[in-house]
Design a protein around this ligand. Structure first.
Ligand SMILES: [Zn+2]
Ligand SMILES: [Zn+2]
Length: 229
């Protein structure tokens, strides 16, 4: 319980950073994203994939593919804010982006469910925290710049930050029903989501394929950390 409150607070705090840094630092943002992308890819291939494939659940590969495609579908509505940046600028529209918020919440909710698994909880929690801090920051920037009232922006941030912990509680609560490989299938869907998100983040943080020693170091560190947790 306490761990999930910390997770909520960390993501919420990530969004509040917007009020501290009104000028965003692209260099630091890109390095943070590279690190979280590498870590996420790392835990997916070293922790999560082996776990679901060693279970008795059938057709795991199909569920991973389904998760990958599900995330592509979500991004039609979320405009890819899950990557921790904003692709489409709808400046000063003043209209609350309901569909974006809705798909972002679905994304975070799903990602929270596998945290019900105690053996993967710590590595997942770190992965979700690292990847959702820039997302919370991007969400706040987007909402505040579009001229939406501050209290609605904060309420949206609250909702987004709460979704992964709510997903985890749902997973724990449904634990008794998620038998016969059903839990592993849900985890496989999330693996598909993680594969899509992490590779996209790494791809997008790459500026014109130039060799960048700092970025390479950051990626190796992120992947290395996933082996330690
Ligand atoms: Zn993107
Ligand atoms: Zn996410």
């Amino acid at each position: 319980m306490g761990a999930f409150i910390i997770l909520f607070a960390v993501i919420f705090g990530g969004g509040l950073l917007y009020f501290l840094f009104n000028k965003r630092n692209d260099f630091i943002l890109k390095l943070t994203l590279s690190f979280s992308g590498a870590y996420l890819l790392g835990i997916t291939v070293t922790h999560l994939i082996p776990e679901v494939y060693s279970s008795d659940a059938e057709h795991i590969g199909v569920y991973i593919l389904a998760g990958f495609i599900f995330q592509i579908l979500l991004e039609f509505f979320s405009e890819g804010i899950e990557h921790g940046h904003i692709h489409v600028h709808s400046k000063h529209s003043g209209i609350f982006p309901f569909t974006m918020m809705f798909s972002l919440c679905i994304h975070s909710f799903f990602e929270g469910i596998p945290m019900a698994d105690v053996s993967q909880r710590q590595s997942l929690m770190m992965g979700i925290a690292m990847h959702h801090i820039p997302v919370a920051f991007a969400l706040m920037s987007m909402l505040m710049q579009s001229g939406i009232d501050k209290k609605w922006a904060l309420l949206s941030l609250f909702l987004f930050s709460a979704m992964s912990p709510v997903g985890a509680f749902t997973g724990i609560y449904l634990g008794d029903w998620l038998v016969n490989g059903l839990f592993e299938k849900v985890m496989a869907v999330v693996i598909g989501i993680f594969l899509h998100i992490s590779t996209t983040i790494l791809f997008e943080s790459d500026s014109d394929h130039r060799f960048n020693i700092i970025k390479l170091g950051i990626i190796i560190s992120g992947a290395g950390l996933s082996l330690l947790v």
